[in-house]
Design a binder for this molecule. Structure first.
Ligand SMILES: Nc1ncnc2c1ncn2[C@@H]1O[C@H](COP(=O)(O)OP(=O)(O)OP(=O)(O)O)[C@@H](O)[C@H]1O
Length: 257
């Protein structure tokens, strides 16, 4: 099954935020959507998940997603995360996963409920490295762990499509690496589409990239292809992404300092 977005258009009171964007995503690849601020990345995800009205088409397999209400799109297997984690802080990791899986567990029975953890939750905990955290309140997890919990929640919901909005923003280097490796594992049998600003993370983990600029597709291809595209270089020139790229390529050899 693939996600195929064709000629997606979103307007806000006459302002064209997304002006005819097409891209597709398949299991087996870590798909990235990048672009400067205001390029329309989040709006594309909002449109695919039913949060924003759009024209064009977004098909998951044979099913058209556009025009359906948000909860139906979730039920069809499309899950997303937001720029800020939206877990229930006062509930434990396990309770958060129970809710995502659509079941309730009384907190009194929680700690003794280990045997009651069902296979899909167990798998999601292992996949995201949160097995040791299941009884902890989500609110005291690290920033990275909260993002992984959100991904675990999508996995137990049985999402086939994971749309992740800036999943590594604010993460430490180690957390970024763990997240990249997690996405690679999850992408083996899910459609994974990542919206990111972090160029270093994109270079390390993207298998295919679509670059948006002012609501349209500027470039598409492998990391090497889009980096070599003069149009992309022009758009990123002078931005934080370009500065980081440039800085990284001229880091002096520390031993010579
Ligand atoms: N609800 C809205 N009403 C009006 N304009 C909006 C709305 N949502 C987004 N926009 C505008 O649409 C354009 C695209 O916004 P969007 O958030 O999709 O960009 P983005 O590429 O995700 O940017 P960023 O990287 O800064 O999150 C921007 O100019 C934004 O101001």
């Amino acid at each position: 099954m693939s996600l195929v977005v064709t000629d997606l258009r979103v307007e806000f009171s006459g302002f064209v935020a997304v002006g005819g964007v097409s891209f597709d995503a398949h299991p087996g690849e870590v798909r990235f959507l990048i672009g400067p601020n205001g390029a329309g990345k989040t709006t594309c995800i909002d449109a695919v998940t039913g949060l924003t009205r759009a024209t064009g088409s977004a098909r998951l397999g044979d099913t058209e997603l556009l025009g359906r209400p948000v909860h139906k799109i979730v039920r069809l297997g499309v899950g997303r995360t937001f720029q800020t984690a939206s877990v229930f802080d006062e509930l434990s990791v396990l309770q958060n996963l129970d809710i995502a899986a659509g079941r309730h567990r009384r907190s009194a029975s929680l700690l003794r409920a280990r045997r009651g953890v069902d296979a899909s939750i167990e798998r999601a905990l292992e996949e995201t490295g949160l097995t040791g955290e299941l009884a902890r309140p989500a609110g005291i997890l690290s920033h990275g762990q909260k993002q992984w919990l959100e991904i675990a929640m999508l996995l137990v919901q049985d999402a086939q499509v994971l749309l992740l909005d800036e999943p590594v923003a604010g993460m430490s280097q180690d957390e970024r690496t763990a997240t990249g490796e997690l996405l690679q594992r999850v992408a083996a049998n899910h459609i994974v589409l990542v919206v990111e600003h972090d160029m270093d993370f994109m270079r390390r983990y993207a298998t295919r990239v679509t670059v948006l600029h002012q609501g349209t597709v500027l470039s598409e291809g492998t990391v090497a292809e889009v980096q070599a595209d003069p149009k992309v270089q022009e758009v990123y020139l002078g931005t934080a992404g370009a500065a980081t790229t440039a800085a990284m390529s001229v880091v002096p050899n520390r031993e010579e300092d």
